[in-house]
Design a protein around this ligand. Structure first.
Ligand code: FE2
Ligand code: FE2
Length: 201
C-alpha cells in the first residue's frame, strides 16, 4: 500500500492527538535511523503505524489478535495489547509484509530480550517524540537517543520500571527481559525491591 493511502486510513482510525503523536514518532524514528545507520524507510513506516490500534476498544483489539499469541496480562490491558493488535492490523489492514517493521510495532510498548536496532529506535522514538508531555529526565533521554542507542534503552527501561513501581503495578515480563541486556537479574531484583519499599513508605 502506498504511503499516502496508509496515512489517509490511519488519520481516520486515530483521534487528532494520537495522529500528531504518530507523525512525531515517525519523524523521530527516521532521524534516529539516519544517525544509527538503520533503514530509514522501515523506521518511518513502523513509527507511522506503531499506534494504529491505539484508539480501538479492548474487545476490538482482542479480535485483531485472535490468531496471534498474547499472554493474559496483555489480553486485559489496552495499553499493553495495542502493540500486538497494531502489529496484526499493520499486516491485515495496512498491507505491511516486512517482518522487521511488524516486529518493531509488536514490541514498541514492552520491549523484549535481544531487541533489534530498529525495534529499539521505534521503542525510544515513541517516548521522546516532540509532542510528548514533558516528564523528569526527558531532555537527558532525548540527548541519549541521538548519541547512544543502548544507553538510551537502558535509561528508558529504568524509567518504565520506576513508572510502574510508582503505580504499584508489576513490570511486564518482556520489559524485564529487555532490561537483562543491560543489568544482571540480581541488580534488577534489587531495584524492584527498593521501588516496592519506597512505595510502602
Ligand atoms: Fe503505543
Ligand atoms: Fe505511541
Amino acid at each position: 500500500m502506498k504511503y499516502e493511502k496508509i496515512e489517509y486510513k490511519l488519520k481516520k482510525a486515530l483521534d487528532t492527538e494520537r495522529f500528531i503523536h504518530t507523525k512525531g514518532v515517525e519523524k523521530t524514528a527516521r532521524k534516529m535511523a539516519e544517525i544509527f545507520h538503520e533503514d530509514v524507510e522501515k523506521a518511518g513506516l513502523a513509527g507511522l503505524l506503531h499506534d494504529c490500534a491505539k484508539c480501538l476498544s479492548l474487545d476490538k483489539m482482542n479480535k485483531a489478535v485472535r490468531n496471534y499469541p498474547v499472554d493474559e496480562l496483555m489480553r486485559n490491558s489496552k495499553s499493553l495489547l495495542h502493540s500486538a493488535a497494531g502489529r496484526c492490523l499493520a499486516e491485515s489492514v495496512y498491507g505491511v509484509t516486512d517482518p522487521d517493521v511488524l516486529e518493531a510495532i509488536r514490541w514498541h510498548t514492552t520491549g523484549h530480550a535481544n531487541m533489534t536496532r530498529l525495534e529499539k529506535i521505534v521503542f525510544l522514538a515513541d517516548i521522546i517524540e516532540p509532542s510528548r508531555k514533558p516528564f523528569p529526565g526527558i531532555e537527558k533521554l532525548r540527548k541519549l537517543c541521538m548519541t547512544d542507542l543502548d544507553a538510551a534503552m537502558h535509561e528508558a527501561l529504568l524509567m518504565s520500571l520506576d513508572h510502574v513501581a510508582k503505580q504499584g503495578k508489576p513490570l511486564h515480563p518482556d520489559t524485564l527481559s529487555a532490561l537483562t541486556e543491560y543489568e544482571s537479574k540480581e541488580q534488577i531484583a534489587k531495584r524492584i525491591k527498593e521501588g516496592e519499599e519506597k512505595n510502602e513508605d
